[in-house]
Design a protein around this ligand. Structure first.
Ligand SMILES: Cc1cc2nc3c(=O)[nH]c(=O)nc-3n(C[C@H](O)[C@H](O)[C@H](O)COP(=O)(O)OP(=O)(O)OC[C@H]3O[C@@H](n4cnc5c(N)ncnc54)[C@H](O)[C@@H]3O)c2cc1C
Length: 153
């Protein structure tokens, strides 16, 4: 619960990068009230420089056996729940042109900006608070108090 702005959130996500934005929009789609706290002035800054500015947004061979992890089972369940095909479907829905390079790598034809805009729009549609309205709240801890964690499950 964030008292500063008198808004109640089920989930507060720290960082509006690729991981935070995906987490936010998926939680929002599940009916959670979500805010993203991003410390820099813009979301998705690293996405913009990814893939030489064209964002290598997924890989067709993104399989559990290609990951190194202390818990290989986590990878299996995570990748079973959200596959490269799911993200490709999203990219195609937004009519973002893309191409395959080597070894199953998929890149935007034009600009990584299109991926950032898509994630931002998906967050907006899922009711996620505009990250830019929550700039630097961590610099003002008195404005934001976590009352209780969201229960698991
Ligand atoms: C040059 C370059 C090219 C790359 N190309 C690719 C590519 O083509 N494909 C690919 O999959 N990966 C690529 N990567 C890796 C890429 O960085 C990751 O895939 C992806 O951006 C990581 O996303 P993330 O959300 O985990 O982290 P980040 O993008 O780093 O996001 C973390 C966010 O959290 C914010 N933050 C941090 N601390 C706080 C705090 N205390 N409070 C609030 N906000 C905070 C940061 O400002 C940032 O916005 C590339 C990396 C680099 C450096």
């Amino acid at each position: 619960m964030c008292m500063g702005a008198m808004k109640v959130f089920n989930a507060i996500i720290l960082g509006g990068g690729a991981a935070g934005l995906m987490c936010a929009l998926e939680a929002g789609k599940r009916g959670r009230r979500v805010a993203v706290l991003e410390r820099s002035e813009r979301i998705g800054k690293k996405i913009l420089i990814s893939g030489g500015g064209r964002c290598n947004f997924t890989n067709l061979h993104c399989l559990p056996e290609n990951f190194i992890s202390g818990n290989p089972h986590f990878c299996k369940s995570a990748l079973a729940l959200y596959t490269p095909a799911d993200f490709i479907e999203l990219v195609e829905r937004y009519r973002i042109p893309y191409h395959q390079k080597t070894l199953g790598q998929l890149f935007c034809d034009h600009s990584a900006r299109e991926v950032v805009n898509m994630l931002h729009e998906e967050c907006r549609k899922a009711g996620v608070g505009d990250p830019r309205q929550h700039a630097d709240p961590l610099g003002h801890p008195e404005r934001c108090r976590i009352q209780r964690a969201y229960p698991a499950g």
